[in-house]
Structure formats: C-alpha cells, structure tokens
Design a protein around this ligand. Structure first.
Ligand code: M6R
Length: 616
C-alpha cells in the first residue's frame, strides 16, 4: 500500500528517498515517484514501473537535491497511471505526497476549480496540493495547518514549497507517519538531516532515532531542527514528542534457495515459531506486559478484532478460549465492527490481531471499542514499533520476522502461537489450568518447530496436486470445529495468489446449500484431523463422493482415511491435539503457492492487493 519518504539534508537526498521506497516495495504499489527542489524549481520523476526504474530515471536525469519527497502509490482514486502517481504539484510551487483517503475531496475539488485550479489527475491527493497552494502566503507550515483543518478522512502527507528550500512539512491523521532525526552514522551520516516516512522500515540503516507522530500532528522539518505541533480542536500547539531508538529491519531479506518470498516464509515457520516462543519458560499473564494479571482478573469476555488472515487466527482462538480458558469470546471483522451498533461491556478484553500493526480498519475498530468504554486492550502483532502496539495497553509480539509476501503465512502461524499462550494465561488466571496441563501444553508448543518440519517435507506430494488444481477455476474447502478457520484460510490463500475462486464451509453446512455446486469438476479440499468430529467429517466426505465430487484430503496419520478413486489423501503426522491447526494450515499454504506457480501468477505481489492495508 502507499508509502511515503521525505527528507531535508545538507547532502543529496535522492538516493535515500529511492532506497526508502525500495524498502516499502513489499507492501504493494502500482506507481512511484520522487520530487525535489532543484535549481530554484520543482523537479519530479514518476513511473508505473518498479522503484528500480525510478532510480534509473533519477540518475539519468541528474535529479539531486537536499530537499525532497517520494511515494509509492496503491491506486484508490484514479487508475494506476503516471498522471495519477505522486508527488502532485500545484502551480509549480507546491509538491505533495499523501497516504490515506480524503472523503470530502469532491467538495474541495469543486471549490478549488471555482477558484481557477486545474486538475491533472483523478486523485484525492491533488486536491490537498491545490488547497495548500491556495492557503500559502509565504509560510508552508501555516498553509499546511490551514489545509488539514479542511480535510475529512485519513491522511499522512509530506509537502515542500519551491520558495522555501530546506523545509518539508508533514501531517497525519488516521494514517501513520514518523519523523527520523539524522545521526553521525548510517548511510546519510548527517546529524542535521530530518526525515519523514510512513514506516520506520523505510529509514533502516539511515537513522535509528524515530519520533512516532500522533493523530492530528503537524511537523516542520528544517536542517538541524524540527517542531511538532499537536492539534487541539481547530488550533495547533507546539508539543514535545519523544525520540525513540528503534532498530528497524531493512526487510530486504535474501531469497536464498527459494523462488518466491512466500515459499521462503512458509519454510521459515519452524524458526519463526521457535523465535516467537523463545524465552517462554512458563505461563504467566506478564508475557503480555506489565499489569496483565490485573487486566485478566477484571475481564469476563474477549472480543477479537482483525481482518483477513488475522481474523482467521482469531476465529481459531475462539475455540481455544472457550474450551480451555472457559471465557466467552466473539470475533468481529474490524471493518464491520467499527460501523455497527453493538452492546459494549467494560469487562471485555479487546484483542486486536495484526501482522503489520498498521491496518486501518483494525486500528479504527480498536478506537471504536475504546470509545465505547472498553479500556482493556491487547494486541498480538508482528511489528513492535507499529501503531497497534502503541495503541494497546498489552501486547504479545510475534517474532515471525519481516513478512514480504502479500499472502500471510508465517505471521498466521505465529499469531496462533501467541493466541494459544493468551488462552493458557487466561485459563490460569481463571483457575482452569493445572500445573500438569501447563507442562503438557508447553511441551507440545516447544515441539512445534520439529513437527512443522515433518509437514514441510510433504511439499513434493502437494506439488503433484497443484498441477491438477491449476486447471480448475473453483474449489471448495471443508473443515470442522477448530479446523473450519483453517479451511477459510486455505481458501483465502488459494484465491488471493492463484485467482481461483475458492470458498470454505464448515463441513456439516455442505448439505444446506453448497452441495449443489459439487460435480466432478469441483475439487473439494478437506482438513481431516483425528479429533472428536472425525466420524462426522467422514460422513460429509461420503456426501461429496456420492455426488461425484473429487476429494483432496489432508488426513492425520491415525484417521484411517485411505486413497481410492476420487479420494486423494496426503498423510499428515499423528494428531497434534489443540495445536493441530498450526500444522494443518501449512499444506494449504503450499497448495496455494504451488497452484499459483503453475498458473504463472505474481505470487508475492498478487494483483490488486497490498501487504499493509493502511486505507479503509
Ligand atoms: O497486517 P494485518 O494482519 O492486519 O493484515 C490483515 C489482512 O489485510 C491480511 O491478513 C490479508 O488478508 C492477507 N493478504 C492475507 O494473506
């Protein structure tokens, strides 16, 4: 999704801007651009190709300056085209980049058109550039303050003016923006430099001194100094924001022997789980932060808020929380919850789950829950420096490492590990976990990396199935109980990277409608653990076979489900109890991955999708 980098420096800043964009590339984008102050005017390069192409353009054109802004765009308003790519200019005087969505852009556009402004793009961003220009009377900071007061929606912006070289102004509301303070070391080695970025990762290796701007902040960057202004209603007041030392990872992980990041990340799961569980000597609420015990003592229910894959880990956790910790749990899709009327209960533990920690819908749902008086908040998140972690009282940081592939894999399995720990901690506080049970669960968790290696060894068998899947246009996924969310995750993986239409159902629901879809042309993928529902599931498989449907079953070794005509079986290890979903999701990830490879899609950057969904 969109990314911002901006800077003022005593040195040429263009290589840092472009490198920053490269570090944000994994989030997904369809165009990119950079603008600088050079020779007393604004200069810009924009491309609908990759950032590498943008780098070549800037080098060929001799674009160099100490003041500039850059952007990767993920189209919302207007097609992915050069004229819609950021930075946007206003009358050769103002250059601006923007993340987010401006809801009142039509109204502002009409107003600005009436004042004679001509629009070259279909973006909501160009509206902000013209608005800043319209309000500019010699002081960029004042113009930006005036402009943001007129905006409705979400924004992070970086802007500079032809008449004020050495100055970049930023502002944020609803979209993340950070300020970087230059240091003697790092790639730029300029302590007078000041940077803006939508994500600290963009500045990895450049500076580790980061200020997280808060909602409504406006920031003024000049050589060797910066000021933050906090919004207070219709006014802005100077404020101090702490400079934190943050070791951001560059994210530019090597592919090694793998064809794609997704494949690499699937195979990294044993290590990611081992890292996530490292240091967990025993179950204690304090794994989730100081004060967790008193929070856990004071809650009677759990509300999980998340999107996409993260919501499926939440759905899995619901089964654990209700059966092991005996605490009622509801799981809500964040984009729905934030807008619906619900009945709040202050004795609720609100749990957000997010790989990126920047998902706009989840952040907004969290805010909404808090506005309803639910103050006990906890996040399971993979990015320690993210907005989600900063916004929640308690946190468990998964250690999946940087996930580059848009399709989430290792983030999901490590979320499940974090959620299982949460289940055990709540069970302990509520008196539902004996020492013996704790020891057994911990033993099973510690063995997960080894168990996962055995599942990953199934890859050649999955490749053989993928060849058949690649020729299909539809697929059904079935699971029951704890493994229904795993079937949902398998279907999501297949559709997002192979573009095959896939739906998941609880297997018992088949006869209530979807069975009508079953023909010899419909592959039916089934997750078949040897749990209490196995015999019921076997009956559901019979229903499919009786209609000529072709079954592809991932069956635990001890299920006694054997291959026969129309029934293909890949044998999983023996049943892994409550943690079985963490094993069963892996072959589904591999199936989606190899099917996508066989269809020749862009596995790591599937069409229309972004890694970090920072707009509504
Ligand atoms: O960063 P988050 O976990 O909050 O992201 C939520 C979803 O956007 C994400 O899981 C998405 O569904 C993935 N592309 C799925 O593979």
């Amino acid at each position: 999704m969109c990314g911002i980098v901006g800077a003022v420096s005593a040195n040429n800043i263009v290589p840092i801007l472009v490198q920053g964009l490269q570090r944000l590339e994994y989030r997904g984008y369809d165009s990119c651009g950079v603008a600088v102050h050079q020779g007393g005017e604004l200069r810009r390069s924009r491309s609908t190709s990759r950032v590498a192409e943008l780098r070549t353009m800037t080098e060929d054109d001799g674009v160099a300056s100490g003041t500039g802004i850059a952007h990767t765009r993920w189209a919302t308003h207007g097609a992915p085209a050069v004229h819609n790519a950021h930075p946007h200019f206003s009358r050769g005087q103002i250059a601006l980049v923007h993340n987010g969505i401006i809801e009142n852009h039509d109204e502002l556009r009409d107003e600005l058109k009436a004042k004679g402004y001509v629009f070259e793009s279909q973006t909501d961003t160009e509206v902000i550039a013209h608005l800043v220009h319209h309000l500019y009377a010699g002081d960029l900071l004042e113009a930006v303050q005036g402009a943001v007061l007129r905006l409705r929606g979400a924004y992070a912006i970086a802007v500079f003016c032809r008449d004020e070289p050495g100055r970049v102004v930023g502002a944020r509301e609803g979209s993340p923006l950070i300020l970087g303070v230059g240091t003697e070391s790092g790639t730029q080695a300029d302590p007078t430099a000041r940077y803006l970025a939508s994500d600290a990762m963009a500045l990895a290796g450049v500076t580790d001194r980061i200020v997280y701007l808060e909602e409504g902040d406006v920031v003024d960057l000049q050589l060797g100094k910066h000021w933050v202004l906090a919004r207070d209603g219709e006014r802005f007041k100077p404020t101090e924001r702490e400079v934190k030392i943050v070791q951001a990872h560059s994210g530019a992980a090597e592919l090694g022997p793998y064809r794609h990041y997704m494949q690499k990340e699937i195979f990294e799961q044993p290590r990611a789980l081992a890292d996530t569980l490292e240091g967990v000597e025993g179950i204690t609420p304090e794994l989730f932060g100081d004060g967790a015990y008193s929070v856990f003592k004071n809650v009677d229910r759990v509300l999980i808020l998340a999107c996409g894959t993260s919501s499926y880990s939440g759905m899995t956790a619901k089964y654990w929380l209700e059966s092991i910790a005996k605490i009622p749990c509801s799981v809500e899709i964040a984009s729905e919850y934030r807008y619906r009327d619900s009945v709040p209960d202050p004795r609720t533990l609100v749990v957000t789950i997010s790989q990126s920690g920047e998902t706009a819908d989840t952040l907004a749902a969290l805010k909404h829950a808090r506005s309803l008086g639910m103050e006990h908040t906890l996040t399971i998140c993979n990015v320690a420096t993210s907005a989600m972690v900063r916004e929640c009282k308690l946190a468990y940081i998964t250690r999946a490492g940087v996930e580059v592939g848009v399709a989430s894999t290792k983030a999901f399995s490590t979320q499940l590990a974090g959620l299982f720990l949460l289940t055990l901690a709540l069970a302990q506080v509520r008196g539902h976990l004996t020492d013996e049970q704790e020891a057994q669960h911990l033993k099973a968790m510690r063995h997960l990396p080894v168990a996962l290696q055995a599942v990953l060894a199934l890859e050649p068998q999955v490749v053989a199935w993928a060849e058949a899947f690649a020729r299909k246009e539809n697929a059904l996924f079935l699971g029951r109980g704890l493994h229904y969310p795993i079937a949902l995750e398998g279907a999501l993986k297949l559709k997002e990277i192979s573009y095959i239409h896939a739906e998941a159902y609880p297997a018992g629901e088949l006869k209530h409608g979807p069975l009508a879809l079953v023909t010899a042309e419909m592959p039916v993928v089934t997750v078949a653990p040897n749990d209490a529902l196995l015999e019921k599931l076997k009956s559901n498989l019979q229903e499919v076979r009786a209609r000529g449907g072709e079954l592809f079953v991932f069956a635990d070794d001890d299920t006694k489900i054997e291959s026969s005509p129309g029934l293909h079986v890949i044998r999983m290890p023996e049943h892994y109890g409550a943690l079985s979903p963490i094993l069963h999701v892996v072959p589904l990830q591999l199936l989606a991955y190899h099917t996508a490879c066989a269809r020749g899609t862009d596995v790591d950057k599937p069409r229309n999708l972004a890694k970090s969904v920072t707009v509504e």
